[in-house]
Design a protein around this ligand. Structure first.
Ligand SMILES: Nc1ncnc2c1ncn2[C@@H]1O[C@H](COP(=O)(O)OP(=O)(O)O)[C@@H](O)[C@H]1O
Ligand SMILES: [Mg+2]
Length: 278
């Protein structure tokens, strides 16, 4: 795995109103790796993802982007998301592919047109070239024969694949997934996991995957981080996470019924969980 940093979430705090959703989170994503962000529902995973994509701005700290360099080049100066102009942010958005929780295909367009959309919006390529590129992306996700279907004709897993083909349209160097296996049966979910692994290998992209499903996390992760109530708890390889003796990490990673998470819910922590007050 590369030791070259692609993204550095540097001491980021994010508040909504007077609630602190992320509290001084510091996290590095390395070039070419698949990083899995774990955490219970409401722990701030999607918020962290949206900060990395530049759809949200932090209240404190910064998200630093490191552009790829050629071997032998001096290390590049990072670009801070907070200091980026709207035009620079647009460029960044073109360089990352995002698969949101909802998948969000346009229901009135065929699968092929959904995938072609970013190419039509952001490039001046002729229609014939776009058609070829769409075929390549659909082949990558195993949907080439379904190009002319409407989203309503697709199964849940196929919709995710189509969303992924669209995220790949502009050849991103980074891919961000929010709960890619949410709502899928275990077999389809495992297929989507395999696709995430294959794409990471074939395309050499850096991938960040948010999930709360441990089976899936262990299948795809090079490295994992655990968030709890907006605080960064621990990061490590799958083996390190499996062997981590911390009671909270153990309970989360092994799905134990007893531990700090259940104690918190049972004890006076309920209102803390509910309202986010300390
Ligand atoms: N735009 C927003 N405005 C206000 N509160 C928000 C907003 N987005 C998320 N939150 C709150 O932040 C907390 C963390 O949300 P989220 O990052 O979606 O968690 P997760 O993805 O881990 O389930 C939740 O309590 C959620 O209600
Ligand atoms: Mg979420």
């Amino acid at each position: 795995m590369s030791s070259e940093v692609a993204i550095h979430v540097a001491g980021v705090t994010k508040r909504f109103g007077d609630r602190t959703i992320l509290d001084r989170v510091d996290l590095k994503v390395y070039k070419g790796e698949t990083l899995v962000i774990l955490g219970g529902s409401g722990s701030g995973k999607s918020t962290l993802l949206r900060l990395m994509i530049g759809n949200l701005r932090p209240d404190e700290g910064d998200v630093r982007l490191y552009h790829p360099t050629k071997p032998g080049d001096p290390p590049a100066e990072p670009q801070c998301l907070c200091a980026m102009s709207d035009a620079e942010l647009d460029e960044y958005h073109k360089a990352v592919g995002v698969l949101f929780q909802s998948g969000a295909l346009f229901n009135s367009m065929t699968v092929a047109d959904n995938v072609a959309l970013p190419l039509r919006e952001h490039t001046d390529l002729p229609d014939e070239t776009i058609a070829i590129m769409v075929k390549i992306k659909l082949e990558l996700v195993g949907l080439r024969e379904h190009a002319d279907k409407m989203p309503a004709e697709l199964s849940g897993g196929m919709k995710k694949r189509a969303g992924l083909a669209r995220a790949l349209a502009l050849d991103p160097r980074g891919l961000f997934y929010d709960e890619p296996s949410a709502g899928l049966d275990p077999v389809t979910s495992a297929e989507i996991d395999q696709l995430i692994i294959d794409l990471n290998k074939q395309l050499g992209v850096t991938s960040v995957v948010v999930t709360h499903e441990m089976d899936s996390a262990f299948r795809i992760a090079d490295r994992m981080v655990l968030l709890d109530r907006g605080k960064f708890v621990v990061s490590g390889t799958p083996d390190e996470m499996r062997d981590n003796p911390d009671p909270l990490v153990r309970q989360f990673v092994h799905g134990l019924t007893e531990g700090p998470l259940t104690d918190r819910r049972r004890g006076g922590g309920y209102e803390v969980d509910l309202l986010g007050i300390e």
